[in-house]
Design a protein around this ligand. Sequence first.
Ligand code: PLP
Length: 394
Amino acid sequence: MEKKHKHFETSVIHEGYDSKEMLGSLTPPLFQTSTYTFDTAEQGERRFAGEEDGYIYSRLGNPTVSVLEERIAALENGERGLAFASGMAAVSAVLIALTKANDHILCSSGLYGCTFGLLTMMEEKYNISHDFSAMETKEEIRTLIKPETTCIYVETPINPTMKLIDLKMVAEVAQEYGIPVVVDNTFSSPYLQRPLELGCDVVLHSATKYIGGHGDVIAGLVVGKKDFLDSVAMTTQKDIGGIISPFDAWLLIRGLKTLPIRLDRHSDNAEKIFEKLRIHPNVEETYYPNDKSHPDYLIRKKQMKRGGGIISFEIKGTKQDAQKLLNSLSFLKIAVSLGDAETLIEHPATMTHAVVPEDSRQAMGITDQLIRLSVGLEAWEDIWADLDQALEKL
Ligand SMILES: *Cc1c(COP(=O)(O)O)cnc(C)c1O
């Protein structure tokens, strides 16, 4: 895709839309329509044959959705973007497109809970196996690649432990074998990290999180090479049908405009909260990609602009103490999801990662004492005051 604007902060507002083509409407209009009329029967025939550009039916394309798809492609520096009804619709469309029965997927050692569930289902139904790797060295990855490996699937930062994986290193190994690397970039958004620029092949998002940013939409996005995305559009998107609604696309176009401003503020707040949590006597361990004493800090410097808004920490105590901490909060919200204006706090072992079997959960570092905090846009002093009084009650 050819980008019109040089700077990210301008692209989030302008890329993929020209008001002159839409009667001067400053914001992209909401095309709330299921289908499109043809002038003649012959025109319908040409559209279906692909001989003439134009919209046919909203599962196959919609002008509001097109603006979003072009914008996200520009922001991730990819050739084409596609929008889906949820992050999981995006994950499943990509994984189904890249595999057939008896193939193998190599994954990072921590995954979003439902992605883990999808992999388990693919194994049970189609014998598509998977292995997990911490991906700390090239050799470690090479030893797990099999002749039937057709995809390397990476989350970084890993949810919820915030460990990082060196994407350039993974992409270099994958290229030796000609295997595509898919990156779930939900935690960073393209403002903080752009996997395609590091040599990865496909990037996907739960746009429900930072891209939407206001806790009012469930959606997913995928960006990559035109050939691959064309094939996804014509198979797992068109025929499985997990498409985004025009209104949700419109909300994401609106949310994207403030992405850089929001993520700078999320990161500023998280840095402050992290410094306080780190030295709190009731906190055992803290995990945040901007921790200068952490070995991953060097990877963070290489591939992420800033640390982002998510902090995980372990309290001193038991599962009951973790629950007591959540119950003692006054205005911070107990909720899964992340990336919203509101600070959200959750207990991964019993919430987002409850579907992961106990032994896998332990291997992923998800203990009963682990808490995930999505630092919001409120004044950091207020966020800390609420957390601090709850920590004092332990
Ligand atoms: C939320 C999330 C998903 C799933 O997205 P939905 O929009 O809820 O379907 C996938 N990956 C990560 C890292 C997430 O946080």
